[in-house]
Design a protein. Structure first.
Lengths: 313, 297
């Protein structure tokens, strides 16, 4: 058990270092001089020189790299060129709104996707299976931002029951939830399609194994076979997929925030990209990627709780 | 001599028939291929199919409803939406084509080297690959386009970098299972070099699952390209792409919903085709392959 935890932590550290390196070299890969690129076409020579010095661009690359890493380790990601605030603070301020959207989307997705996937595997080949899988195929194939627009058209204009804006300034928690419903549903449905497909194939594989046939021959009730014997074994690959979809839910949240004009990491990143505020882009990408890795690592640790066999390996 | 040649010919025909039967007995593969061939035909014939120029603006014809002259209406610059959709097919297909090609070439070579040679080569490739896979694909593509500027080339490069690591991972795991097999040992004993074994035996034998993953990755790549164009970071206007047509239609979604709706249907058709082909190939080639590819996607 401890060995597994240790390995997970080591991998976490290496991946974190790698993510920081990718974020650093992405900035360095800006064609030409980053400072003059960030300041735009009308920058004076003095302001470019000042920004170059401030960003440390006059130092040799390896020195910049080590400085960047040691600063990042202490939570210093530079300051936003536009607002003058520390980049970390800006990113952190935009996370809660995105996290609420991503988590509620994921919750809806599991609520819809998991039962549908199980039903499809149990009723394999019937019209229920075929129609749910066709729906899931559509769910993974339509762009999520298009689904958002279609949802606004349907539920805000033609049948006006939900607001088209994905957020509100109101302090009232119920109003905020009311504005969250539509974006969370769209995100949830798009991820539910993936979860349903994977749950179905994981369950089908487990249900075709010998010990299930033995259990059936011994007269174990079908309900017990499905939920106790099969689902528990299928849960490890399903959890792995939920970890992957969590990363997607943040990627998709960027697009959904744009459609529903909801504040959050996505709209912050987009604004920073358009303003060429690369310190902020760098910090946002780095922190978001690191969050995803952290979540996957903690999921990885929970596998051992579900599947004791993994402790040994 | 002639009989053995005849026999060979018959065998070949027989094999071809078997392949065809396998192809036709998987409806998802058939439907996906038909849709894709249709889209390729539309992309190739775009200049002749499109009733108008996709970029010609007309200020007296803005935001027209569907009519015989403009079957899907016009956008806020008076451009014919149908013509823009037809030309937009090209960008999506180009992205799909290049992502499949680049990820297959890079993925098989890098993944094959990692899995076949093992040791420190494998470990170092694997560490880098894991790091790239840790980024949500869309976020990585977004960051690359943000720093490299918006153009068709940088979108293709960004999306390829974001989606090739999956192909590398699958190629590596398949190469790992091929390495200990007897025919590799045999090739070595007759004096084949490692490079030759890799190119002649490991890569061809590993191709089926890798092609499946590359096809499914292309589906994600098209969605990513559409997302980038939708945010205004992808291929620059006025070049029509399905993603930026949806963005154009967003402002007038209540009065002219056809613009965004029809463009989204086009994206879905292409992505459904690729997903159907990927799923169908997976089922048709080898049922046990599910295990190797399912975990990645």
């Amino acid at each position: 058990m401890l060995g597994h935890v240790g390995r997970t932590l080591l991998r976490l550290f290496v991946t974190g270092l790698g993510i920081a390196s990718v974020a650093f070299f992405l900035m360095r890969a800006i064609p030409g001089d980053p400072a003059s690129f960030m300041l735009g076409d009308y920058a004076t020579k003095e302001s470019i020189t000042a920004l170059r010095a401030k960003l440390g661009l006059d130092e040799p690359v390896w020195r910049q790299y080590t400085l960047f890493l040691s600063h990042a380790a202490t939570g210093n990601f530079g300051t936003s060129v536009v607002t003058g605030q520390p980049a970390l603070q800006e990113v952190m301020a935009s996370i809660p709104s995105s996290a609420v959207l991503a988590l509620s989307g994921l919750f809806i997705a599991i609520l819809i996707g998991l039962p549908l996937g199980i039903v499809c595997a149990v009723r394999n080949g019937t019209w229920v299976d075929v129609s749910v899988m066709l729906g899931a195929l559509a769910g993974i194939s339509f762009p999520v931002f298009w689904m958002g627009l279609a949802a606004i058209l349907l539920f805000s204009y033609w049948i006006p029951i939900f607001p088209a804006l994905g957020s509100s300034n109101s302090k009232d928690i119920l109003t905020q939830i009311y504005h969250l419903i539509l974006p969370a549903l769209v995100l949830g449905v798009s991820i539910a399609a993936y979860i349903a497909r994977l749950t179905r194939s994981a369950m089908l594989e487990v249900l075709s194994q010998d010990y299930i046939r033995v259990a059936r021959a011994m007269g174990v009730p079908e309900r017990r076979i499905i939920f106790k014997l099969a689902l528990r074994n299928a849960l490890v690959p399903i959890l792995a997929v939920i970890g992957v979809t969590f990363a997607w839910s943040f990627g998709n949240a960027i697009l959904i925030e744009a459609v529903f004009s909801r504040p959050g990491l996505g709209s912050m990143l987009l604004k920073a990209i358009l303003a060429r505020d690369y310190q902020l882009v760098q910090a946002g990408v780095l922190i978001l990627a690191f969050m995803v890795v952290l979540i996957n690592a903690s999921l990885d640790l929970t596998y051992t709780l579900i599947d004791p066999r993994l402790k040994a390996s | 001599m002639t009989t053995s040649l005849d026999q060979q010919k018959r065998d070949q025909q027989e094999r071809r028939k078997a392949t065809w039967r396998r192809f036709t007995s998987h409806p998802s593969l058939m439907i996906g291929t038909v849709i894709l061939v249709l889209l390729v035909a539309i992309a190739l014939a775009a200049p002749w199919l499109a009733p108008y120029s996709p970029t010609r603006t007309s200020l007296i014809n803005t935001l027209q409803d569907a009519s015989w002259a403009h079957p899907l209406g016009t956008d806020q610059f008076g451009r014919d939406v149908l013509s823009r959709l037809i030309h937009g097919t090209r960008v999506s297909l180009l992205v799909a084509f290049w992502v499949v090609t680049l990820s297959l070439i890079i993925g098989t070579i890098v993944g094959g080297i990692a899995g076949f040679f093992g040791g420190w080569i494998d470990r170092s490739i694997n560490v880098v690959n894991d790091i790239l896979m840790a980024f949500p694909g869309f976020l990585l593509a977004l960051a690359i386009v943000a720093t490299q500027g918006s153009s068709l080339e940088s979108v293709i490069i960004a999306v390829s970098i974001a989606y090739t690591p999956r192909v590398i991972a699958v190629m590596r795991s398949v190469a790992l299972t091929i390495r200990p097999r007897p025919f590799i040992e045999a090739s070595r004993s007759i004096g084949m070099t490692s490079t030759r074994i890799l190119l002649r035996h490991v890569i061809p034998n590993a191709l089926p699952p890798v092609i499946v993953v590359a096809t499914l990755s292309a589906a994600s790549a098209i969605l990513a390209e559409a997302g980038l164009s939708f945010l205004g970071l992808g291929v620059r206007p006025p070049i029509p792409t399905w993603g930026n047509i949806i963005a154009d239609g967003q402002a007038s979604i209540t009065t002219n919903p056809l613009i965004s709706i029809s463009s989204g249907l086009c994206i879905a058709a292409m992505v459904i085709a690729l997903n159907l082909i990927g799923d169908g190939l997976r089922d048709a080639l080898d049922p046990q392959m599910r295990r190797q590819t399912a975990k990645i996607l």
